[in-house]
Ligand binder design. Structure first.
Ligand SMILES: Cc1ncc(COP(=O)(O)O)c(C=O)c1O
Length: 383
């Protein structure tokens, strides 16, 4: 049921549990073929398939409208490239540091490296797992070199404070780009550039895609050029760039998904409410603050007692309930980033060992919720 890229790392089914009755950890909500038809017919009629066609421009305008006045959006082939190219578009000195939390998906750190900067992993401050402007300000004097950029992350899509990051940027000169990959619902301000992923596993998916919203028109036009061979309205390639444009077909999916967004959002919120209710009396399980009530996402990540993520995951798997430690043990342990500078990361390590993604999708059924809740109760009781 998972999108192909995510399915490759699915846990192996426990022996004795029927594969058909396992509850998957995630299942995308995407528009159906019939929903796409009117948009596909527009593509046929226009004969325009890529290169900033009418559907991509309409999709970008509808996305920008979510961020209020002054925001512009550039769509990109995927979220990781959107982060990479946005960092490159800032024109920062190669080899300078970009501060980021280790408590994120590896894509954030890959983007920093691919943009020619050095990831500097800084510990998160809050119980929600966030790197805050105040936390980074306090860490800056310990930086192992000049810090040119910071990439804070919206933890599993929770709301961020772009205004506070804008104040941090103004005070320090450190350029900030927010990675809100899973934050389509909550991201509402582009006071500093913000990236949202449109991967099929996100609440608004096109398959592969992402976008940057920003109030800085120069950054937006440099970024758009970065996605199109550094052409700027002509065929002169001004500097090294790439091809990272979204096609009209992807925009068709995005427009159909936007048409359905109010209904999709309601389905996610209702599923979240049912899951929260079923686990309301289990004190050892803490949901993300405001999840399912103030904001929604396509994953459900709960906090368990210290060190319980692995044993609870193993117990749930044995009863046919798939889970995922979505961000593993943090980026700093990945071979790709082990050589990167890092501050002490005690909060990250504690979070990683106690955070677990439970099965969650927009049509999670009542029987599935009961099975998740009872398996989780037994797993916790056995700790
Ligand atoms: C925090 C974070 N950043 C970046 C990305 C990359 O987005 P994409 O899959 O669109 O490249 C993801 C993907 O899940 C993510 O979770």
């Amino acid at each position: 049921m998972l999108a192909a890229s995510a399915a490759t790392s699915d846990p192996v089914s426990a022996p004795g549990v029927d594969k058909a009755t396992r509850i998957p950890v995630a299942a995308p909500t995407m528009p159906r073929a019939a929903d796409l038809a009117p948009y596909l017919e527009r593509i046929d009629a226009a004969g325009w398939y890529s290169n900033f066609g009418p559907l991509v421009l309409e999709f970008e305008a509808r996305l920008a409208a979510r961020f209020g006045r002054g925001a512009t959006v550039v769509t990109v082939a995927n979220g990781t490239l959107a982060l990479t190219l946005a960092l490159e578009a800032l024109g920062l000195p190669r080899g300078s540091l970009c501060a980021l939390p280790s408590w994120t998906f590896v894509a954030t750190a890959h983007a920093v490296r691919m943009a020619g900067l050095v990831p500097w992993f800084v510990d998160v401050q809050t119980k929600e797992g966030e790197l805050t402007p105040a936390g980074l300000l306090a860490a800056l004097p310990e930086a192992p070199g000049p810090v040119a950029a910071a990439m804070p992350v919206a933890v599993m899509g929770r709301p961020m404070s772009p205004a506070a990051w804008r104040a941090f940027q103004d005070a320090t000169g450190v350029k900030v780009i927010i990675d809100a990959a899973a934050g389509f619902d909550a991201a509402a301000s582009a006071e500093v550039p913000v990236m949202v992923s449109l991967h099929a596993t996100k609440t608004l998916g096109v398959g592969e895609g992402g976008f940057i919203a920003s109030e800085d028109p120069e950054l937006i036009s440099r970024l758009r050029a970065m996605t199109n061979f550094a052409f700027m309205g002509d065929r002169v390639s001004r500097h090294v760039a790439t091809n990272a444009k979204l096609s009209e077909y992807s925009a068709a999916v995005g427009l159909a998904a936007l048409d359905q967004w109010p209904a999709t959002r309601n389905r996610y919120a209702a599923a979240a409410r049912r899951l929260r209710l079923a686990l309301a009396d289990v004190k050892a399980v803490t949901f993300q603050e405001g999840w399912g009530t103030n904001w929604i996402s396509s994953t459900c990540v709960v906090r368990l007692p210290a060190g319980a993520a692995d044993p609870v995951a193993a117990s749930l798997s044995a009863s046919g309930v798939d889970t995922r430690r979505w961000w593993g043990s943090g980026c700093h342990v990945a071979p790709a980033f082990r050589d990167c500078p890092a501050s002490a990361l005690p909060v990250t390590e504690a979070l990683a060992a106690s955070s677990l993604g439970l099965p969650f999708f927009s049509d999670l059924g009542g029987a599935q919720i009961q099975k998740i809740a009872s398996s989780l109760r037994s797993a916790l009781a056995a700790l």
